[in-house]
Design a protein around this ligand. Structure first.
Ligand code: MLT
Length: 260
């Protein structure tokens, strides 16, 4: 896929340090709104809609995390991004890990936020498969309406119900084949647990204290031993830290990468 096929958005001065954000499931690049608004004064922020989601084309043939990894490299090359920092949330983190595994390209730093390294176990595979079945039966909107709230922590849902509604609303028209395609790519993704131990790139890990999808303790166990790692847990945040606690998230990013 050429970059011209994918929907890419850039923010800030193109001479500043490039910072690419890779979004999670079943979302689109709009999830990085807090980051594109607040971090574009420090970085050249790049976001894009993954194949199958947002305004990017939906391939007809199944695709994998490695195809997503190739898309990321294509974007870096075609925008000529020099020594970028790359951050991925959840599925975006799976893509980032697949990218590091597959390509001999060294970002100057990475951000792994609300994500994991282990592949799906059979229970999760079955759940994804049921999700694909639901989508096949024409219930994509119901799937999205049910799934998105599970990513937020209780406190966000009570204190900021508008954020939850807004995110549902902005993803409700996702293409069914793209949502199912992403489920299949996650179901078939590689296990990177061993691989992450070899990462030798400055790594910022950010989790949420109340993240039930990728719990903070699991993230610490998985990513805590990366050589050059800063491990951060944001209080009162669920699985969507950049959305639920945008300012705190951005401060952590600024602090870690201030001399890059
Ligand atoms: C995501 O936030 O990208 C997904 O919840 C990840 C997953 O379901 O494994």
């Amino acid at each position: 896929m050429k970059n011209s096929d994918l929907k890419i958005y850039t923010y800030g001065n193109s001479n500043a340090k490039p910072l690419i954000f890779v979004h999670g499931f079943p979302l689109n690049s709009g999830m990085w709104e807090n980051q594109t608004r607040e971090l574009s004064s420090d970085f050249f922020v790049v976001t894009y809609d993954l194949r199958g989601l947002g305004k990017s084309p939906v391939p007809q043939i199944p695709y994998t995390m490695f195809d997503h990894a190739d898309d990321l490299l294509t974007i870096i090359r075609e925008l000529d991004l020099k020594e970028p920092i790359i951050g991925g949330l959840s599925m975006g983190g799976y893509i980032l890990q697949a990218f590091l595994m597959r390509h001999d390209f060294k970002p100057s730093g990475i951000i792994l936020t609300n994500t994991r390294a282990n592949a799906d176990d059979n229970v999760t595979k079955l759940r994804r498969s049921n999700g694909i079945g639901l989508i096949r039966s024409g219930k994509t909107r119901e799937f999205i309406k049910d799934f998105i709230p599970t990513c937020f922590c209780e406190k966000t849902k009570i204190l900021n119900p508008d954020i939850v509604e807004k995110l549902i609303e902005s993803n409700l028209d996702s293409d069914p084949a793209g949502v199912a395609g992403a489920l299949f790519a996650m179901l078939s993704r590689p296990d990177t647990t061993e691989f992450v131990k070899s990462i030798d790139i400055p790594t910022l890990v950010i989790g949420g204290s109340d993240d039930l999808v990728t719990p903070a303790s699991m993230m610490e166990e998985t990513f805590g031993s990366i050589k050059n790692v800063s491990f951060n847990i944001i209080p009162d945040s669920g699985h969507l830290s950049p959305i639920e606690k945008g300012t705190e998230f951005n401060e952590i990013v600024r602090k870690f990468f201030k001399n890059f």
